[in-house]
Design a binder for this molecule. Structure first.
Ligand SMILES: *Cc1c(COP(=O)(O)O)cnc(C)c1O
Length: 379
C-alpha cells in the first residue's frame, strides 16, 4: 500500500478558518481585542499572572532578556542543542551565549555541567525543554538561586508540559512560548512571554510596541486618544488579531492535540521497543512531555542513509538540532570548541525526528514504524 507521511501537517480545521474570517469581517486586523483575549486565556491556562504576546518566540525571548536588563559583555547559559534563536537573542545585546552540553537520554541541558560554566559575568540561564519534556527545573532553580541568576525558559516545545505536576509557565521568572506553524499550538506565527513579575511584564509590554506608553488598541478604539509618549527603547514585536484568532481556537483543542501526540509517541515507543539499534525517547517519571518532537537515535554511521530510505518511502523526517557550536557565524564569533560538547555531538549524529502530528492516521503511524524498522535492517 503506497503511503505518504509528511514530516508535519498543521491541525487546522473549519473553526480556525471561521475565526480568521470573523476577524477579517470585524475590521480590526492588528493587535486588538482577540490578542488581549488570547493573552488572558493562555496565561490562565498555564497559571501565570501576565502574558505578553509577540510575533514570535524569538521576540518574546528578546523582550525577556531586555526585561532583566542584560548588558553587553554579560553571559547567558544556553544548551548547544537548540534552535539558533535561543543563542541569537543573547547576541542582540552584545552579550555572550555560553553553551552547555546536554544529557544523552533526554537531550536536555546537563545541569551537572552548569556550575563550571558560571563566571562573574553570568546573568541568566535559558533552559530549552527539548521536544516538550521539561528540563530538571529543581536543579536549575537551585543553581540560579545560589549564583544570583535569572531563569528564562525557552518553552517553544513545551505547551503543555508538566514538571512535578506543575505546568511549564509557572516554574521560573519568565517563560516563552512559540506559536510558529509547526509548534504544538499554531497561530501561523506568534509567541508569548508569561511571568508573575509585574515589572518584567510592564517592560516587555512597552518594549513590544516601540516603547510606547499606549498600544494601538488603546489609541484607535472608541475610547482612545491620539497622544502617546515613548518611555523606553522598543521594537515592533506585536502579533495580530488574525494570528490571535487562530491561536485562541487552537487553545480550545490544545489538550486534545496533546493527547493525540502522546498516544502516537506511546505507540511508537511500544512498537520500537526491542528493535535492534534503535533508541527511543526517555521521559522522566516526574514530568510529562508536550511531544512536540519524537526523536529516535540510530547508529551514527547509518543515520543519513536511513533518512534517505525514509524519504524515498515518502516519509518526511527532520533533525533537531544542528548544535549551535556547529554553525559558522557562531564558531567565528565565539570560538566554540567542537570537542567541548561530546554528548550534543553524539546525539546530533544519531538523531532522527519522526512525524508526530495530531491528525496522523493509524495507517500512517504503522507505515512509519514498519518502514523505519525495515530501514534499520537494510543499513
Ligand atoms: C521554534 C523555536 C524557537 C523560535 O520560535 P519562533 O516563534 O519561530 O521565533 C525558539 N526556540 C526553540 C527551541 C524552537 O524550537
Amino acid at each position: 500500500m503506497e503511503q505518504e507521511v509528511p514530516y508535519h501537517c498543521v491541525c487546522i480545521g473549519q473553526a480556525e478558518i471561521d475565526a480568521v474570517v470573523a476577524t477579517l469581517k470585524s475590521g480590526w486586523l492588528t493587535m486588538g481585542p482577540r490578542t488581549l483575549e488570547f493573552e488572558a486565556e493562555l496565561r490562565k491556562y498555564v497559571g501565570a499572572k501576565h502574558g505578553i504576546s509577540t510575533n514570535s518566540a524569538t521576540a518574546a525571548l528578546h523582550l525577556a532578556l531586555k526585561a532583566i536588563g542584560l548588558k553587553a559583555g554579560d553571559e547567558v547559559l544556553v544548551p548547544t542543542n537548540t534552535f539558533i534563536a535561543t543563542a541569537e537573542v543573547v547576541t542582540y545585546f552584545g552579550a555572550v551565549p555560553v553553551l552547555c552540553d546536554i544529557e544523552y537520554d533526554t537531550h536536555n541541558i546537563d545541569t551537572t555541567k552548569l556550575v563550571d560554566r558560571i563566571t562573574t559575568r553570568t546573568r541568566a540561564i535559558i533552559p530549552v525543554h527539548f521536544a516538550g519534556q521539561p528540563c530538571d527545573m529543581d536543579a536549575i532553580t537551585a543553581i540560579a538561586k545560589a549564583h544570583g541568576l535569572v531563569v528564562i525558559e525557552d518553552a517553544a516545545h513545551a505547551l503543555p508540559a508538566t514538571y512535578h505536576g506543575k505546568l511549564v509557565g509557572t516554574l521560573s521568572d519568565i517563560t516563552c512560548y512559540s506559536f510558529y506553524a509547526t509548534k504544538t499550538l499554531c497561530a501561523g506565527e506568534g509567541g508569548m512571554a508569561v511571568t508573575d513579575n509585574p515589572v518584567y511584564a510592564a517592560t516587555m509590554r512597552v518594549a513590544r510596541m516601540h516603547g510606547l506608553n499606549r498600544d494601538a488598541w488603546d489609541r484607535y478604539s472608541r475610547h482612545g486618544a491620539w497622544h502617546y509618549d515613548v518611555i523606553d527603547q522598543g521594537y515592533k514585536y506585536n502579533t495580530t488579531d488574525i494570528n490571535a484568532a487562530i491561536g485562541l481556537t487552537q487553545l480550545g483543542k490544545l489538550d486534545w492535540m496533546q493527547q493525540r501526540r502522546a498516544a502516537i509517541a506511546a505507540q511508537y515507543t511500544r512498537e520500537f521497543t526491542g528493535v535492534s539499534g534503535l533508541v527511543t525517547p526517555v521521559v522522566r517519571p516526574d514530568r510529562t512531555s508536550a511531544w512536540h518532537l519524537y526523536v529516535v537515535k540510530v547508529p551514527a554511521a547509518k543515520r543519513d542513509r536511513i533518512i534517505e530510505l525514509l524519504n524515498e518511502a515518502h516519509i518526511g523526517t527532520s533533525v533537531h538540532f544542528i548544535p549551535v557550536h556547529h554553525h559558522t557565524w557562531y564558531v567565528n564569533h565565539y570560538h566554540y570548541c567542537y570537542e567541548s560538547y561530546p554528548v550534543a555531538n553524539q546525539v546530533y549524529a544519531q538523531s532522527i525526528s519522526l512525524p508526530i502530528w495530531p491528525d496522523m492516521t493509524q495507517d500512517q503511524i504503522k507505515y512509519v514504524i514498519r518502514t523505519l524498522t525495515w530501514a534499520l535492517l537494510q543499513t
